[in-house]
Design a protein around this ligand. Sequence first.
Ligand SMILES: O=C(CO)[C@H](O)[C@H](O)COP(=O)(O)O
Length: 227
Amino acid sequence: MNNSDQLKHNVAKEAVKYVKDGMKLGLGSGSTMYFFMKELGERVSNGLKVIGIPTSNKTAEWAKEFNVPLADFSQIQELDLAIDGADEVDPNLQLIKGGGGALLREKVVAAAAKEFLVIADESKVVENLGKFPLPIEVIPFGWEVTANKITALGCELALRKVNDQIYITDNGNYILDCKFGRIQDPEKLNRELQSIVGIVENGLFINIASKVLISNPEQVKVMEKGQ
Ligand SMILES: O=C(CO)[C@H](O)[C@H](O)COP(=O)(O)O
């Protein structure tokens, strides 16, 4: 395992300790979550009873691989705990997410949870959000018009492509990766983006994270609001 994977694995091992018997879980997406799913599967094989709602088709595949039971979201009103990775975390626990393209379901699931636990390695911690281009999910219909309105807020953007093909989210939408540079006021930008028609959701997770676990080569630290 390389050093980066080791840090992801370490933080996942710590996060799985927050899972208690009988919990309804939100299961985030991304490579850090892969290690969490592996660890969770280990606990399930030792008798832990949980059910999970996956935030992406990939996470659903991992749940199958590691025998983590999944539930029907329509039968669940509230989740006990959602766990997910992040692309950037600031000192106020505001996040940029969506590097893996799953931000919409991730936000829906996080918002349905009593607690939202974020797991990341120290490379994700920043003083100000914005070095990582902000992913914004837009509907394909008229996406160029939507893109122009986003650009007017002061960013350069690119339609996400993979192998020269437009990237399509699990919800059938497009992703615009938006370079705002240092975001001075993430709450304000979030509000502005929410008012643009054509945007389905943006990757700013404002006042959603309850706690963030950060791994460095020595330890896993807990970040909480107001620290
Ligand atoms: O938001 C996400 C996917 O939409 C991921 O949580 C984020 O991209 C972090 O991924 P990784 O753990 O691979 O660094």
